[in-house]
Write a protein that binds this ligand. Structure first.
Ligand code: NAD
Length: 529
């Protein structure tokens, strides 16, 4: 169902998905569904299927990727309705930030993954001139992907794209906090993907704890830093490699050089998208007092433009995921700090876009990731102080710089560390398919998206192939005892890393290449290859 425009051209709440719940009958949702099979049975099924080698052929992988694409295309209505139920997500956000993002990753991967899967031939050194030197991309085997509730489709199926393309068998564990979307995936995905090589496992903390006792060949986790540590410890017991996509406080620096009206739109779109429940949302803003005043002036206008006079009634604001999260957030709203917003609706779990001022580094809101529609402003005297502030905290998942000054941009880029950086824009560094996405330090380890996702889920196997030619044998014999100074010199000459070939040595190189060519010809004639 598409929102219909009224005569004034505005889209009103009653015309959006909000009032239509007839869809519930399309697919029965059990809010507390847990998987009936035990964790060990699920892992065993996938391990047995993987061992047959059926996930490895590129044709099979392509079939799985196309199956996933069909699921997203054919079930988009079920997905949108589930996302509405879980988070009151607007249809446009469902398409723009969830379905289309995964579809784009899929399109890109379907076009290119056969190239990514080909053995690569790295540059060779003199010592390996006659050898085959390759990097093979092997699937790991049975991989566990744990998704998060805030973008339950994007953060569950995004990693699945890379895992399937790389030829793995996948267990997907969606978040129990977005149960409707988790159920849609559990009920409908098996119709589109090979159920012996792909399974959705439902449940909460208890079931996840059971699942984590199993041995996986790779674990990909998206969620909080705290649970990330639990997952990492469980993985360490089996020496399982992991990617951890975690969170933290992502700072935004704003200075007076920008066009404040444009900058404010970009900042507030990124902050209030999905009601701030976005891992890369700007968490807090750093600026001088005069910049703060200009920003507040614009922000008041922009919030009305985006969400109307009473944002709590806007159909474009998502719901806070649970009562627990809602209560945690409203505690941050101390009225003496409210510059904009500050109101909320407890029954609907909606918090209007809020900006807090006079916030200091010691306030509770600065001690944990906010993950809600509240933007605190911390005043600094200049970019240098902002950098010191950022560096005194854990490394963030995203860092935003709003400045036209190239030297300021460069200062932040060279003097801070963050998973991703975006200059004069928010969030969209994540949607740029040729950029890796991931954190650093406590915001995570490893990355994905497009080819980076394929590489994450592939073991890069080093392969060296020697022949039995005369030259190979002579060069290998140099390493054998008895050791002599002459052998040592020759070995050093062969293995020494060189920066290209200098012109004065060109005659020796020509003789060497001619010798090699002759040797190859001789070998092929004598069958010594
Ligand atoms: P969470 O870490 O609380 O929960 C993640 C999952 O882990 C849950 O669904 C649950 O099944 C499981 N879990 C929770 N406690 C557990 C325990 N004690 N033992 C075993 N399993 C347990 O995270 P969340 O609330 O779902 O997501 C919010 C966090 O995730 C934020 O910090 C946010 O920044 C981060 N996040 C990061 C990204 C990213 O791409 N880097 C994306 C989305 C969210």
């Amino acid at each position: 169902m598409t929102p219909v425009e009224s005569e004034s051209g505005e889209v009103t709440a009653s015309e959006t998905l909000g009032n239509d719940h007839s869809w519930v009958s399309i697919i029965e949702i059990d809010e507390n569904a847990i998987s009936k099979k035990s964790a060990s049975d699920v892992v065993e099924t996938l391990r047995t299927a993987f061992a047959t080698g059926r996930t490895k052929p590129l044709k099979y992988r392509e079939g799985q990727l196309k199956g996933l694409r069909r699921f997203l295309e054919k079930c988009s209505e079920d997905i949108e309705k589930a996302l509405y139920k879980d988070l009151r997500k607007h249809k446009m956000e469902c398409t723009m930030c969830e379905i289309e993002l995964v579809l784009n990753d899929l399109r890109h991967t379907i076009y290119d993954f056969k190239n990514w899967a080909k053995p690569k031939k790295p540059e060779k050194r003199l010592v390996n001139i006659l050898d085959g030197v390759y990097i093979y991309k092997d699937p790991y085997g049975v991989v566990l992907i744990m998704g998060a509730w805030n973008y339950p489709i994007l953060l569950s199926l995004g990693p699945v794209v890379g895992a399937l393309a790389a030829g793995n068998a996948v267990i997907l564990k969606p978040s129990e906090l977005s149960p409707a979307t988790a159920n849609v995936m559990a009920k409908l995905l098996p119709k589109y993907l090979d159920p012996e090589c792909f399974q959705v496992y439902l449940g909460g903390i208890e079931e996840t704890t059971e699942l984590l006792k199993e041995r996986f060949d790779y674990i990909f986790f998206t969620g909080s830093t705290m649970v990330g540590k639990i997952v990492h410890q469980a993985a360490a017991k089996h020496l399982t490699p992991t990617t951890l996509e975690l969170g933290g406080k992502s700072p935004l620096y704003l200075d007076e050089t920008v066009n404040m009206s444009k900058a404010t739109r970009r900042i507030l779109w990124g902050k209030y998208l999905n009601s701030g429940q976005t891992c890369v949302a700007p968490d807090y803003l750093l600026c001088t007092k005069p910049v703060q005043e200009k920003f507040l002036q614009e922000a008041r206008k922009v919030i009305v433009e985006f969400y109307g006079q009473d944002p709590k009634k806007s159909p474009h604001l998502s719901r806070i995921v649970t009562e627990r999260h809602f209560r945690r957030l409203v505690k941050f709203i101390t009225f003496e700090n409210v510059a904009i917003g500050g109101s909320y609706d407890e029954t609907e779990r909606i918090i209007s876009p809020t900006v807090l001022i006079n916030v200091s580094a010691d306030d509770p809101i600065m001690k944990e990731e906010i993950f809600g529609p509240i933007l605190p402003i911390v005043n600094v005297k200049d970019a240098g102080e902002a950098i010191d502030f950022i560096n005194s905290k854990e490394k963030p998942l995203a860092l935003y710089i709003f400045s036209k000054k190239k030297d300021v941009q460069k200062m932040f880029l060279t003097k801070t560390s963050a998973g991703t950086v975006c200059v004069n824009e928010t969030i969209t560094q994540l949607t740029t398919e040729n950029l890796p996405f991931g954190g650093v330090g406590s915001s995570g380890m490893g990355n994905y998206h497009g080819k980076y996702g394929f590489d994450t889920f592939s073991h890069h196997k080093a392969v060296l192939v020697k022949d039995y030619s005369m030259f190979t044998d002579i060069s290998l014999s140099l390493r054998n005892p008895p050791y002599t100074p002459m052998k040592e010199n020759m070995i050093n000459f062969l293995v020494k890393r060189r920066r290209g070939i200098q012109f004065r040595y060109i005659q020796y190189v020509c003789v060497f290449i001619l010798g090699m060519g002759f040797m190859r010809l001789w070998n092929s004639m004598t069958g010594d290859d």
